[in-house]
Design a protein around this ligand. Structure first.
Ligand code: DAH
Length: 355
């Protein structure tokens, strides 16, 4: 009779297809109200000899079933793991499928190119938040409250929350402030990122990108600024004799300030970069104003340096012949396929930046 029970229980154990089913079998056999437990309870009514013999048989049966359950449990766990490994397997040796290939957006590619060039010159990349406060975006950059230059930025202000006036940064210059507040000179950073102004037409979008540069140490002068930007522009546009023209200008956070033009030709309605006598403005720069250094806790009698800021869309359009600014942000896949870059085309100075 116990043999029949054993066969029955063993076949139930082996038939259990998952851990829950197996647990049910265990309860049926060995639980408080289980079948083997039931027989155990009857031992008391037997004679001592019968009890010993029956008791041994039941214990052996109990052990055998428990062992079988454990073995089955291990099998199920292994099978489960194997199924998972098979399902989640990734063949990293598979080639990419050209027909489903994505493209790197020209803005991302341009930023990568700029980072590659400035990295060669010893700059590292710094970041700051898109949502800024008035202090970092304006005040620390020597825009006094009420200064007219604030109005030129068409700022998006956030609804008032607490005592700080929050806004979407109108330029990447606040990253200068954050860097100087957090790091001691020498400083040599670039900060690419998104910027926002309430403006929309052929040549303006409410969100656009800038790259900021900042160098602070004890000896950097305007000559270094010029050399740095000349080298950058020639490498970026891949024109060896590209001339640069520095025109006096005004920014609250630099003194002196300059705007930089690169040489071009507009003959026949076509824009060509190079030494052709015509000029195109591409960036703003200058020597960091002592007020800015002091607002950032840097001794302006000991340290000095330069800064520059450049619109990324504008130079990307120039370099890659993209005629309309607004198309950058329309998320049109045909446009991206045309102007985008292959993902593995990582820009580096060693491999050449252009396709
Ligand atoms: N922040 C300026 C703008 O958005 C650009 C700029 C000009 C940045 C001169 C600079 C600079 O760091 O030195 O118009």
């Amino acid at each position: 009779m116990l043999d029949a029970l054993k066969d029955e229980l063993l076949s139930q154990v082996n038939a259990a297809s998952d851990l829950a089913a197996l647990e049910e079998v265990r309860v049926t056999a060995l639980g408080k109200k289980g079948r083997i437990t039931g027989f155990m309870k009857e031992l008391g009514g037997l004679s001592p000899d019968e009890r010993r013999e029956r008791g041994q048989q039941l214990n052996a049966l109990k052990d055998e079933i428990a062992t079988a359950i454990d073995a089955r449990k291990a099998d199920l766990a292994r099978a489960h793991l194997e199924a998972r490994l098979a399902a989640e397997r990734i063949d990293v040796t598979l080639p990419t499928r050209p027909e489903t290939e994505g493209r790197i957006h020209p803005i991302s590619q341009t930023i990568d190119e700029m980072v590659a060039i400035f990295a060669e010159m010893g700059f590292s990349v710094a970041e700051g938040p898109d949502v800024e406060d008035d202090f970092h975006n304006f005040t620390a950059l020597n825009f006094p409250p009420g200064h007219p230059a604030r109005d030129m930025h068409d700022t998006f202000y956030l609804p008032d929350a607490g005592d700080k006036k929050m806004l979407l940064r109108t330029h990447t210059s606040p990253v200068q402030v954050r860097t100087m507040l957090n790091k001691k000179p020498p400083i040599r950073i670039i900060a690419p990122g998104r910027t926002y102004r309430s403006d929309y037409d052929m040549t303006h979008t409410p969100m656009f990108h800038q790259i900021e540069g900042l160098v602070i140490d004890e000896a950097t002068n305007m000559g270094h600024l010029k050399g740095c930007l000349i080298e950058f522009c020639r490498a970026f546009f891949d024109v060896d004799d590209l001339p640069l023209r520095f025109r006096p200008s005004f920014f609250p956070f630099t003194e002196p300030s300059a705007e930089v033009d690169i040489g071009c030709s507009r003959k026949g309605g076509e824009l060509k970069l190079g030494n052709y006598g015509d000029w195109l403005e591409i960036l703003g720069c200058g020597m960091v104003h002592p007020n800015v250094l002091e607002a950032c806790g840097i001794d302006s009698t000991k340290y000095q340096g330069f800064a520059f800021g450049m619109g990324i869309e504008r130079v990307a359009m120039l370099k890659y012949g993209i005629p309309d600014l607004r198309t950058f942000f329309e998320a049109d896949l045909r446009w991206l396929k045309h102007y985008g870059f292959v993902p593995l085309d990582v820009p580096s100075m060693a491999q050449g930046l252009t396709r």
